[in-house]
Design a protein around this ligand. Structure first.
Ligand code: NDP
Length: 482
């Protein structure tokens, strides 16, 4: 695995400034440091913003075909280096290589290919008004700031960079300090693919570095993937500068399993929606409402299937369940597990840290969870599934919606009408019927209520990385009152 060679990537090259506070990248399976980077100093932040600002006009002046070709070349390079990039993602996050080989760099490549493909056909419209006419142009916003969470460092960087760059913006990206490495490889690859210096820059650091970037007058937009509390701060900072903002925030999503559902599919959905990436996924369906008539069968199949999870070294490709990203996150989740037990939920399986090095937690299932319990209300962001009982469709819809979050929702049923009827009433931005957690680049992704503002992916993302200019063209004499 070739690691990044310095902390930051600015103006087309790696950049180091040892004055910045040290940030260690820890391999979560062992707790051992694998790399050390330094937080961006004011000088690095200034260099990155100046580079992005200087590069933007020329980048926007290229044709969409030219920009798109560079993005598609980067997608090809990512696919060629998928294994190397996946190993880095696994070292950074602890997610099993079995997953990262198919879900991270590959998803990032999809985004670069998709937005590279549509870059050439971005445009406005023409409106004929008698002899006069109006045309609209789709223009870039300028310098965009991307700020990432730690659960999908490669994917998040690509999902932000690809539409931003396709539209003619430039970007300064700040990864989570927990997973600093992967975004640097994206910068390296974009540069190799032909992106001019300054088009995509990466700077390291914690929240203060993100805040400094958003507060700069040269920045037109921020796109954050993170928690609701951070979302509030970022949205506030963007509002102060009247800047555009896309917020991909947390969730407490419902997954509703009706008694006519295919039981194995519903169990598969619950596993994908609670234990993939060791449960560290924003869209997870962590409140699994199961119809009382099938609850016993559901729990039996779920526990039998969980026993087949292979927990261990995430670099071993046969391993299907890895450690949590950090000791801090593990402790947060253990705190939620203790509260579940204390508040009377029935622990079906798991609930304990595993006796081995690294931050391993057994996949955990609670049953008899009720709506007011802390584990049913707050985002846990770990491998903890809560089963809640229900009997009536209207009742379960009301309970599913009784949350400030609205990122995702899922319904398992073989009744076609019920599937669509229930989904239509669920307050969530990204929904699945008889499936869960699939997020292809073609489909817009994002939340409602406190789970977010704006959308990533699909054609919808273009709206959030560009603005319209309206041009009225007068073809006759100008009629003035005096
Ligand atoms: P955080 O909100 O803690 O951090 C997100 C990013 O914001 C980090 O890079 C962080 O820096 C940075 N940050 C923190 N404070 C500020 C600030 N004041 N100004 C600017 N930037 C700031 O989230 P986590 O990294 O812990 O990620 C987990 C959260 O992300 C969960 O709530 C999860 O649901 C959500 N998420 C949402 C997704 C979605 O698409 N909707 C997808 C994935 C995760 P640092 O941490 O380095 O200090």
């Amino acid at each position: 695995m070739t690691q990044p060679t310095a902390s930051h990537f600015v103006n087309g090259a790696y950049l180091e400034d040892g004055q910045g506070a040290a940030i260690d990248s820890i391999f979560p399976a062992t707790g051992a440091p694998v790399a050390r980077v330094h937080s961006a100093t004011q000088a690095v932040i200034e260099a990155a913003l100046a580079a992005a600002d200087a590069a933007q006009p020329a980048w926007a002046a290229l044709t969409g075909t030219e920009r798109g070709r560079i993005l598609r070349r980067a997608a090809d390079l990512i696919r060629q280096r998928n294994r190397e990039l996946s190993i880095l993602e696994t070292m950074d996050t602890g997610k099993p290589l079995q997953e990262t080989l198919v879900a991270d760099a590959t998803s990032g490549a999809d985004a670069l290919e998709y937005f590279g493909g549509i870059a050439a056909s971005l445009g406005g419209e023409h409106l004929q008004l008698g002899a006069d006419f109006v045309y609209t142009k789709r223009e870039p916003l300028g310098v965009c700031v991307g700020i990432g969470a730690w659960n999908y460092p490669t994917q998040i960087a690509c999902w932000k960079a690809a539409p931003a760059l396709a539209c003619g913006n430039t970007m300064v990206f700040k990864p989570s300090e927990t997973t600093p490495l992967c975004a640097l490889k994206l910068a390296e690859i974009l540069h190799e693919a032909g992106a001019p210096p300054g088009v995509f820059n990466v700077v390291q650091g914690a929240g203060a570095v993100g805040a400094a970037l958003i507060g700069d007058d040269r920045v037109a937009k921020v796109s954050l993937t993170g928690s609701v509390p951070t979302g509030r701060k970022v949205y506030g900072a963007a509002a102060a500068g009247l800047k555009h903002a896309t917020l991909e925030l947390g969730g407490k999503s419902p997954m509703i399993v009706f008694d006519d559902a295919d039981l194995e599919d519903a169990v598969s959905g619950a596993i994908l929606g609670n234990f993939y990436s060791t449960g560290q996924i924003c869209s997870n369906g962590t409140r699994v409402f199961v119809h009382k008539r099938i609850k016993a069968a559901f729990l039996e199949r779920l526990t039998a299937r969980l026993a087949k999870a292979k927990i261990g070294d995430p670099l071993d490709e046969t391993v299907s369940f890895g450690p949590m990203v950090s000791e801090a996150q593990l402790n947060i989740v253990l705190g939620y597990i203790a509260s579940g037990i204390e508040e009377g939920a029935r622990l079906i399986t798991g609930g304990k840290r595993l006796d081995r090095p690294g931050y391993f937690l057994a996949p955990t299932v609670f049953a008899e969870v009720t709506d007011e319990m802390t584990i049913a209300r707050e985002e846990i962001f770990g491998p903890v599934l809560s089963v809640l009982d229900f009997e009536d469709e209207a009742e379960v819809i009301a309970r599913a919606n009784a949350t400030p979050y609205g990122l995702s929702a899922g319904v398992f049923t073989n009744d076609l009408r019920r599937g669509h009827r229930v989904i239509a009433r669920l307050e969530a931005g990204t929904c699945w019927i008889n499936s869960y957690n699939l997020t292809p680049v073609e489909a817009p992704f994002g939340g409602v209520k406190h789970s977010g503002i704006g959308r990533e992916n699909g054609k919808a993302a273009i709206e959030h990385y560009s603005q319209l200019k309206t041009v009225y063209v007068g073809m006759g004499p100008v009629d003035a009152p005096f």
